[in-house]
Design a protein around this ligand. Structure first.
Ligand code: GRF
Length: 204
C-alpha cells in the first residue's frame, strides 16, 4: 500500500530529505502529498519544493488556540489526500483534534532512546547526563510528549572523544536511515500493535 504521506517540519528538514530520497530511490513506497510547516522560513519547505512536492506554511501564531491551529493543519492535509502523517522535527505538540483525524497514523522521530530524554534538545540532554549509549526512536504519536508506542530504535555509542555536536550528527545520520525504514514497514502493513508493544510481521 502506497503511504499517502504528509510531513510536518519546523526546521531544516534533513529527515524530510531522507524520506524524499528514499521515495525517489524506490526504497519507500510512499507519496509525499504535502509538507507543512508552522514556520514560513523552515528549510524543509524549500526541500519539498525542490522535490516538486506541495509545501505550505501555516503559522501557529495566527491562531488563538492549539485546537484551531490543528484544525487548520488537518484541513490542509485532507485537501491533499494525506492518510499518514510523519512528524520530522515538528516543534508543536499536537492536540486530540489532530490525532483523532489520523487515528493510529501519526508517527514521530525523536533523537534519543525513549523513554529517556523526551522533549527538546534530547541529544544535549543525553550528552549532559553522561550516557554511554545514545540513539534515536521512531514512535507512534499519542497525546503525551514523545510517549507513544515505539516502532523502532537505533543505539549510538557515545565515544570518549565526542562532543555534543559530533554526537548529535551521528544520531542524525542514524535517524536518516531509521525513519524511511520504519515508514516502509508501515507501507507494507507489517507493523502489529499490541497495546504499547509493536512487532514486525515477517515480509510478504
Ligand atoms: C531531528 O533530530 C529530529 O529527531 C528532531 O528534530 C530534528 C530535526 O532535524 N525531532 P531535521 O529538521 O530533520 O534536520
Amino acid at each position: 500500500m502506497t503511504l499517502r504521506l504528509g510531513v510536518l517540519v519546523s526546521g531544516g528538514g534533513t529527515n524530510l530529505q531522507s524520506i524524499l530520497d528514499a521515495v525517489r530511490a524506490g526504497a519507500l513506497d510512499a507519496e509525499v502529498r504535502l509538507v507543512l510547516s508552522n514556520r514560513p522560513k523552515a528549510g524543509g519547505l524549500e526541500r519539498a519544493r525542490a522535490a516538486g512536492v506541495p509545501a505550505l506554511a501555516i503559522s501557529h501564531r495566527r491562531f488563538e488556540t492549539r485546537e484551531a491551529f490543528d484544525a487548520a493543519l488537518v484541513e490542509a492535509l485532507r485537501e491533499h489526500g494525506v492518510e499518514w502523517v510523519a512528524l520530522a522535527g515538528f516543534m508543536r505538540v499536537l492536540t486530540p483534534t489532530f490525532l483523532r483525524a489520523f487515528p493510529g497514523r501519526v508517527v514521530n522521530i525523536h533523537p534519543a532512546l525513549l523513554p529517556a530524554f523526551p522533549g527538546v534538545e534530547a541529544q544535549h540532554q543525553a550528552w549532559d547526563y553522561g550516557v554511554k549509549v545514545a540513539g534515536c526512536t521512531v514512535h507512534f504519536v499519542d497525546e503525551g510528549v514523545d510517549t507513544g508506542p515505539i516502532l523502532g530504535q537505533v543505539a549510538v555509542p557515545v565515544l570518549d572523544d565526542d562532543d555534543a555536536e559530533r554526537l548529535r550528527l551521528r544520531i542524525l545520520a542514524e535517524e536518516h536511515a531509521l525513519y524511511p525504514r520504519v515508514l516502509q514497514w508501515l507501507a507494507e502493513g507489517r507493523v502489529v500493535r499490541e497495546g504499547r508493544r509493536t512487532r514486525l510481521a515477517p515480509e510478504g
